[in-house]
Structure formats: C-alpha cells, structure tokens
Design a protein around this ligand. Structure first.
Ligand SMILES: Cc1cc2nc3c(=O)[nH]c(=O)nc-3n(C[C@H](O)[C@H](O)[C@H](O)COP(=O)(O)OP(=O)(O)OC[C@H]3O[C@@H](n4cnc5c(N)ncnc54)[C@H](O)[C@@H]3O)c2cc1C
Ligand SMILES: Cc1cc2nc3c(=O)[nH]c(=O)nc-3n(C[C@H](O)[C@H](O)[C@H](O)COP(=O)(O)O)c2cc1C
Length: 524
C-alpha cells in the first residue's frame, strides 16, 4: 500500500515513492493498486489503475477452466503493460511540474496547452476530441503569433510559417539531414538530384543536405558528399536551383568534419566500421578512438585548428555560391567538433579541454568564422548532442542549455537538438519523441529557437510539440526516407488546403484528401 495517501500534499510530493514490482503474487497474497505500483498523483490515475487491476483480477480468477498460476500470470502481464505506460506518463507529468519555471513566460493559452499535454499521453488530436472549440482557439492563437497578425482561421500548427532572419519558411516541417553515402569523390550526382528534388517537392518548409564535408579527410566515408572543389559547387548548384524552381522548400547546407569517426564504411556496410583498405589518418580533440576497432586519432594542434577553420569558411563561401538559403554547423554525434564538446572524448589539458567553456572554445571559433563569412540576412543553425546518455560523466541536458546559449550568443538562429552517438557505450533511452524533452529544455530554459528531432513520425506528434512550445521546428529523418511526400500527406490527412503543392501533382493530393476524409467518416 502507498503511504503517500496518508500524507499532506507537499509532503506527499517530496516523499512520493515510485513502486515497481517484478512479481505481483506469492502464495495466497496478490498485489493490486498502490501495493503493486504507483503513478505520481499529478496525472490522477492511481484509483483508475487500482480499479482496473481489481476488474482484471476478478475476470481471470473467475474464468472457468483457467488454472490459478496461469490466471495470475495473465493478470500481471496485462496489467503491467498498462502500468508501465502510465508510470512513464506520470514521470513526464511530475517533471513538468518540477520544471514549471521553464514555462512561466508562455502566454496563458499556451501554458494551458502545455499543462494539458504534459504527460504526452494527451496529444493535439486528443484535445480536439475533448474540446474542439478550445483547440481551434489554440490553433488560431498559434497562427496569429507566427504570422504577427490576427488570424481568424484555425490551421494545424505545423503549417505555421517561421521567419529566421530574412528567411521565411512556409511551414514547420523539416527534412532532417541524412547521409546518403552515394557521392563520388565528394560530388553529389543524379541520385542526390532526384533525392533532394523529390523531398523538396514533398512540401516540407525546410530541407537539409546530408552532412557535407569540408575536406576529403573530413568525410565519414568515401561516399560522403563534400563542398571543397569547384565541381562540388556546380553539382550542388544544380540541385539547389531545382529545389528553388520547383518547390517552396528552403535549403540548408549541413557542414561537418568527421574527426575520429572518419575513414569508415558506407552506412549499409556497417556504421563506424573502418575501411578494409585505403584508410586515411583521422584527428580529434584527444587520442580517444571511437571504439577498439577504429583508428587512434591524432590530437589536433593549433595549426590543425587554423586549417580546419579555413576549410569551414571556404565551404561556407562555396555554399553561398551554390545558392543555399541557410548553413548548419554539425557539432553533434561524436564527429570532430563534438569530440571537443563531450568530456568523454576530450581529455585535453590546454585551453581547449576541461570546463565546458574550454571544450566549446574551438567549436565556437569555427562557428564565429563561418558566421562572419555567411551573409547577415541569412540564418545559421548548429546541431548539438544534448545528452551523451552517460549520466554526469558526459554532456547532460542541463549542460546542453549552456551549449545552446553559447552558440546563440555567437549568432546562431536555431539550435538543432539531437542527442547521443558521442560515446560507443552510451545508454540511450529510446521511445516516441525521445529527444524532444531536450529541445524543450534548451528552448525554454535557454530562451533560444530550437528544432526537435528523433522518432517523431505522426502529424499529431508534430502539432503537439509545436503548440506546446517544446520546439519551433520539427525534423523528421526516416519518415522522409520512405515517403518524400510526408508533408503533403499530412496536409491531406488534416484537410489543410493551403499547403503549396507542385501543380503537376494537384490531382493526387485532391484524391488523397477525399479518400482520407471518407475513411475518417467511416471510422467515426
Ligand atoms: C495527494 C494525492 C492525490 C491523488 N490524486 C488522485 C486523483 O486525483 N485521482 C486518482 O485516480 N488517484 C489519485 N491519487 C492516487 C490514489 O489515491 C491511489 O492510487 C489509490 O487510492 C490507490 O488505491 P489502493 O486501494 O491501491 O490503496 P489505498 O487507497 O492506499 O488503500 C489501501 C487501504 O488499506 C488500508 N490498510 C493499510 N494497511 C492495512 C492493514 N495492515 N490492515 C488493514 N488495512 C490496511 C489503508 O488504510 C487504506 O485504506 C492521489 C494520491 C495522493 C497521495
Ligand atoms: C540514413 C541516415 C543518415 C543520417 N545522416 C545524418 C547526417 O548526415 N547528419 C546528421 O546530423 N544526422 C544524420 N542522421 C540523423 C537524422 O538526421 C536524425 O537525427 C535521426 O535519424 C533521428 O530522426 P528520425 O527518428 O526521424 O529518423 C541520419 C539518419 C539516418 C537515418
């Protein structure tokens, strides 16, 4: 039994015990309710769980022919699953209340939305079922805030525009950067032309290139794209021109250097596995190999740093020549700049190691040099790993707030909040939208613009994240691998008619919208 019910509010909050039991019965003793599990009372579900336990227990014990042991196994198996889901939601809810200060600057309507969706079990569409008129009020408020004028029509938050410096994005859906490992000597080819062209036509407001490398040694694999020769500029220019001529998508160039994770095989031959032949030497913050199988990197000297800064700047200038709208610095996932930021890989004892301020020094130098070479009216973003998934030994989400703020102060317009891939033995906790809490924390504690990414795959996820102010943009990677038209499909699913559709494809979206509507009516 929970002793929490016998305490007063404040005491109960502080003393709350999350009970998890591996075994729910022993001899003639059967646990149910708070004795078997507790879920923080801020989601108000303890009584429901206890009653549902009792109902299920009565069912299995009274089912003719069911032996007692089997009955109790079924009871525990079924109830435990429900309990785990609710305990997860309860933890989200508890954290929301514990970090409430983060949201105090929200307008009341968004604060209410954030409160209602805090457990992440109640989503945008779920709120529509509960109170359609109120939700449409939220949608109108969101659109009005995004457009800077009174908007009287409700529309899904994902279809709100966003302005970054002089760049206007049509909507908040982003094709996340994805390495295609299909370039030759760094040059993108027809595969890339079709790949990016199709995804741009699919309706997303912003399209990212794959990590495009600033030098041959900065490539992860021999198939990685680059931007360090005139041929690369011409090849990218052709793709950028197509995107601009045939879609409303804006195009962001992600620039990076592989550092200690370089000289490895293309993705489908094994991630981070060194080449069988033709390896090139790699460098990093310190002599820390990515794994026992990877090369020991050379710790960077000041001369190396100067050279790499020059390479990033040269690539930025080429990016401008190629016509990109935006540039992102890749400072995540264990690559060169990330190897400086994470204390797990950075063992330096000079000005570039130790405290976060020192570990950020070189990445910020690179960023500042890029910013100076990139026009003032064009935005820049930085991708960070907001959690090394190694507890206090690595970068924590609290530290990520400082990292985001530092790049913001240096002129970044968007912090692209990813996580992990910085340490081979890390222990990520995967799940639906699993990195979104970091985008939320960096945004609302750091007061910066963020992009969420990571296992976000439904339009309902995207709308909920945006309306709750957990991020300003939402990037989807794998969903776009299998469906370049993800955004247009989402528009059809929500009967949103004002999305920009390539005129050649208008018949397709009209039919899909009708079919999905009919399906929804039948379901209702
Ligand atoms: C502050 C607070 C707010 C909450 N708000 C909500 C809410 O809004 N909605 C919701 O659904 N849930 C809420 N809960 C949770 C909910 O109260 C519990 O999950 C629920 O009461 C659990 O029911 P139970 O029967 O398992 O245990 P209990 O309700 O704790 O019942 C156990 C009973 O056993 C008795 N008992 C203990 N030892 C013995 C003994 N040795 N012999 C005989 N009797 C004994 C106790 O006196 C008690 O009456 C809240 C909890 C707290 C603490
Ligand atoms: C095939 C593939 C290649 C990727 N390449 C990159 C990359 O070049 N740069 C980068 O920052 N992230 C890269 N990622 C990570 C994605 O951008 C994204 O953060 C991750 O896949 C989680 O999003 P998802 O759950 O929507 O797939 C890649 C992901 C995939 C699946």
């Amino acid at each position: 039994m929970s002793n929490a019910t016998h305490l007063t509010g404040a005491q109960a909050w502080l003393n709350f015990r999350r009970i998890v039991c591996d075994t729910w019965s022993h001899d003639n003793l059967i646990l149910l309710g708070d004795a078997a599990h507790t879920a923080h009372f801020s989601i108000g579900s303890g009584t429901k769980l206890a009653l549902e336990d009792a109902i299920k227990l009565a069912q299995v014990l009274n089912r003719p022919g069911l032996e007692r042991g089997a009955a109790l196994s079924e009871y525990q198996a079924e109830r435990n699953l429900e309990v785990l889901k609710l305990q997860n939601s309860a933890r989200n809810s508890t954290e929301w209340f514990e970090t409430l200060d983060r949201y105090l600057h929200f307008e009341p309507i968004q604060f209410a939305y954030s409160l209602l969706t805090r457990s992440q079990r109640v989503s945008h569409e779920n709120l529509r079922l509960r109170d359609k008129a109120w939700l449409e009020g939220v949608e109108r408020w969101f659109q009005s805030a995004a457009q800077g004028r009174e908007v009287n029509e409700a529309a899904p938050p994902m279809f709100a525009p966003l302005r970054l410096r002089a760049l206007e994005l049509d909507n908040r859906v982003v094709v996340s950067p994805m390495a295609m490992y299909s370039a030759e000597e760094g040059t993108p080819n027809d595969f890339h032309f079709v790949h990016y062209g199709a995804r741009a036509q699919g309706g997303a407001g912003l399209l990212y290139t794959e990590m495009t490398c600033v030098s041959p040694e900065g490539r992860i694999t021999p198939g990685c794209a680059g931007l360090y020769t005139p041929e690369h500029v011409a090849a990218w220019r052709r793709i950028v021109d197509f995107v601009h001529a045939n879609s409303g998508a804006k195009f962001c160039l992600q620039l990076g250097h592989s550092g200690p994770k370089g000289s490895t095989k293309v993705g489908w031959e094994g991630y981070d596995v060194p080449l069988d032949a033709g390896n090139w030497p790699v460098m990093a913050a310190s002599e820390m190999p990515w794994s026992g199988d990877n090369q020991i990197p050379r710790p960077m000297t000041r001369a190396d740093m100067e050279r790499v800064i020059g390479e990033f700047v040269a690539s930025v200038r080429m990016g401008l020549e190629a016509g990109f709208d935006m540039v992102e610095l890749h400072a995540a996932h264990g690559y060169l700049l990330s190897s400086f930021i994470t204390p797990l890989a950075n063992k330096r004892t000079d000005d570039y190691g130790g405290a976060l301020e020192n570990r950020l020094r070189f990445p910020l130098e690179v960023f500042a040099a890029m910013r100076a070479a990139w026009p003032d009216d064009k935005p820049m973003s930085v991708r960070i790993s907001a959690n090394d998934w190694m507890g206090e030994l690595g970068v924590t989400p609290d530290e990520a707030v400082e990292i985001g703020r530092a790049f913001w102060a240096a002129g970044a317009d968007l912090i692209d909040v990813s996580a992990g891939q910085t340490w081979a033995d890390c222990q990520p906790v995967y799940g639906r939208m699993f990195q979104t809490p970091f985008a939320d924390q960096v945004r609302n504690e750091g007061r910066v613009t963020t992009m969420a990414v990571g296992n976000i795959y439904e339009s309902d996820h995207v709308n909920s994240i945006l309306a709750a102010g957990r991020a300003d943009l939402v990037a989807l990677a794998r969903p776009h691998l299998i469906d370049p038209m993800w955004t247009l499909r989402a528009a059809a699913g929500q009967d949103y008619r004002r999305v920009r559709v390539p005129p050649q494809y208008l018949g397709g979206i009209a039919q899909l919208t009708r079919n999905l509507q009919r399906e929804a009516e039948l379901k209702a």
